[in-house]
Design a protein. Structure first.
Length: 285
């Protein structure tokens, strides 16, 4: 646990605090006005207006806290670690809880007591944790996409003059040599492999008499040639997106300039099985 908390926080901090504050304010308004939790449905006045007031307070707290406390801490604390981020978020939620508690007491004429504040803080923490978790998931996927695009762009440029050869073990002279950046994937098919690649701007497939294990061994020195499944090897250079979680990913392959003919059998999406996910993450991280 300690080693996890002391890791460098992996996501970039959003520079758009004012925009984000409006988003979170709208989320709070929607939760109160649409779902009407915590007895809010019992309120006899304008629910729209009261929900908007809580959203406005939340938005203001987020903007003030982010532009003052968070920016100051980020300027002074290097590197920014996970425990720094956790305490910062905890402070933000507490600040929002205090301000909304004062508003709540004023509107509903509740006494300001420690016991009531702790109950209010408890529910604010629950809502704040849910919203924070969703925000982290969004940040993770955005970071994954940005990191993937950066890596693929750099790797593709570095390897534009490199060619690879996939050897046919049964038929002499049937070896396939192609530029590495034109390879999309290789799929195991019984005693053969099917190679999907780009030629003259079109998708092509050809069968080679060999095994996926033999191909993986033959291409092991190329770091971007990645076995993602027991039946698939992909060229990481041509991944356009990766979606999923620890249970598995789906990789979308292709090039912007490729023409897909109606008779083409190359699938656009390749699975990454659970056992290969750590290797994919280590490449992207």
């Amino acid at each position: 646990m300690k080693s996890f908390l002391t890791r460098t926080y992996p996501f970039k901090q959003s520079p758009h605090w004012l925009r984000d504050s409006i988003v979170y304010g709208v989320v709070i308004w929607a939760i109160l006005f649409v779902l009407q939790p915590f007895g809010f449905s019992m309120y006899r006045g304008s629910k729209f207006l009261v929900a908007a007031l809580f959203g406005l307070v939340t938005s203001g707290c987020y903007a003030v806290y982010g532009l003052s406390v968070v920016r100051t801490l980020h300027a002074r604390v290097k590197p920014w670690r996970i425990w720094h981020q956790a305490f910062t978020v905890l402070g933000l939620i507490s600040f929002i809880a205090v301000c909304n508690f004062i508003l709540f007491s004023f509107i509903f004429k509740y006494p300001i007591t420690l016991r009531f504040f702790l109950a209010f803080l408890y529910w604010t923490m629950i809502i704040g944790t849910i919203i924070t978790t969703l925000a982290i998931v969004i940040d993770y996927n955005r970071n994954l996409r940005d990191r993937m695009e950066e890596l693929l762009s750099n790797t593709t440029e570095e390897q534009k003059d490199i060619s690879i050869t996939i050897s046919d073990h049964n038929v002499r002279g049937n070896d396939l040599t192609i530029p590495i950046n034109d390879l999309l994937y290789i799929e195991a098919q019984k005693n053969n492999v099917s190679v999907c690649f780009v030629k003259d701007g079109k998708l092509q497939t050809t069968e080679i008499h060999t095994t996926l294990t033999a191909v993986a061994e033959e291409l092991k020195d190329y770091e971007n040639i990645f076995q993602c499944h027991r039946s698939f090897i992909v060229n990481v250079n041509n991944i356009t997106s990766a979606r999923g979680n620890s249970n598995g990913y789906q990789l979308t392959l292709g090039k912007a300039t490729v023409r897909r003919d109606s008779g083409n059998t190359c699938p656009a999406i390749i699975p990454v099985s659970r056992s290969y996910v750590p290797r994919l993450k280590s490449f992207i991280a």
